[in-house]
Design a protein around this ligand. Sequence first.
Ligand SMILES: *Cc1c(COP(=O)(O)O)cnc(C)c1O
Length: 252
Amino acid sequence: MVHASAAVDPMEVRTLTEARARVLERIERAAVRAGRDPAAITLVAVSKTVPADRLRAAVAAGLDRLGENRVQEGEAKGPEVPGAHWELVGPLQSNKSRRALAAFDRIQTVDSVELARRLDRLVPETRPGPRYPVLLQVNVDRDPAKAGFRPDAIEGALGELLALPNLTVEGLMTVGRLTTSPADARDTFRSLHGLADRLRAMAPGLGDTLSMGMSDDFELAIEEGATLVRVGRALFGERPHQHPGQDAPHAH
Ligand SMILES: *Cc1c(COP(=O)(O)O)cnc(C)c1O
């Protein structure tokens, strides 16, 4: 239920409209530098910790693709923010699969065949209709602290993943490594792009979405082929301090 609190603060809408314009301009400049079409790059506004009333203003400001990294937070805000499209960008425990399908319009973080099978099985009852869109998260840097398919494991799994009848695998996603070095970040993005090209050559059913790049490095990611960037702080400002594990894996 949406109550009187559904009112949208015009000042907030203005602030977020300006923040969106600044980020879109940076996206455009990075795309042009790389000889790419800016219209081919999707902006997902990562809204973790941002309260629902600000997100209603965000939607009014044109930021209607929202990303959350926790199932529970997406579930809570979804009904409070009409008109938004929700993407899960954080890890999904398989026992929350059903809830994640109900709350999110796309899951970017499918990181195992088991999870994909489970989602596939649950789609007909939770999300009847067209195939449900997912991205495969890849642990490009083989970082033991991070989730995702290992690059050498995804090839063997891809046939089964693409054959799942109720999912559509729209592409790949990665979270850059914890680094302050732009060169390292660029390596990660370049590796994901190379992997995607190799996989698509083998399996044309794999979609061409490449989700990579956050506030600190989305321009680099675009130069390296990102088609979707996940931007939080550059739109909403710094997040309040959180417990480790709830925040961006490489926020500093
Ligand atoms: C928090 C988060 C983002 C956005 O990070 P910012 O640094 O705020 O832009 C992007 N992707 C994932 C997976 C995140 O958890």
